[in-house]
Ligand binder design. Structure first.
Ligand SMILES: [Fe+2]
Length: 199
């Protein structure tokens, strides 16, 4: 089994292990048996932060983090934004990998899932998209804002739900962010809309 196959297994196992009702409803009926899509590895500068992070101490999140770290160099990391959106420094400290979805390592038109990484001292400004979204941080202390409310710290294993088209933003301080994400119920490859910017 490849490290990417193994990561999908641990991703699925982790999601299935959580009893949160919002997450349960989100993944209900999803068929995790997906065809593999051959993708070349693609690295990004933000991956350097994986090596300096302490893996989560809890068993379930720790196993998922370890699976990601083991597969990281085989994954096709990507960025939705360009230098005109949030600047060059942001692009040095931001990236995501779609493990499954319309573009990812496994094929699904129904739901996308993968991981987001942000380096330290990053502000990912307000944005929104049609798809409904769940994030589960695998690191502690990142700050999250939803629907223009105040930023609040979030912790490893918390389930963060963004309904369709709700604005959300994230900030990191000293600790980088690694988070599992899931998208469904909208175009799975949509570039987020940044309020106040021409689309
Ligand atoms: Fe989002």
């Amino acid at each position: 089994m490849s490290v990417v196959d193994a990561l999908l297994q641990v991703f699925h196992g982790y999601v299935a292990s959580r009893s949160d009702p919002v997450l349960r409803r989100f993944v209900e009926g999803f068929d995790w048996r997906m065809a593999e899509r051959p993708l070349e590895p693609h690295s990004l500068p933000v991956l350097d932060y994986l090596n300096v992070l302490h893996p989560p101490v809890d068993g379930a999140e720790g196993e998922l983090f370890s699976g990601l770290a083991a597969a990281a160099s085989a994954l096709h990391w990507a960025q939705t934004y360009n230098i005109a959106d949030f600047g060059a420094d942001f692009l040095q400290r931001y990236g995501w990998v779609e493990l499954f979805g319309t573009r990812g390592h496994f094929v699904s038109d129904e739901m996308a899932g993968g991981f987001l990484m942000l380096g330290p001292d990053v502000h990912y400004p307000d944005h929104h998209h049609i798809a409904e979204e769940i994030y589960i941080p695998l690191t502690d202390g990142s700050q999250w804002s939803k629907d223009s409310q105040a930023f609040l710290p979030r912790w490893t294993g918390e389930i963060i739900h963004h309904p369709s088209d709700i604005r959300h933003a994230m900030r990191t301080e000293r600790t980088p962010l690694v988070a599992l994400y899931l998208w469904r119920g909208g175009p799975l490859a949509q570039k987020s809309i940044i309020p106040g910017r021409a689309v």
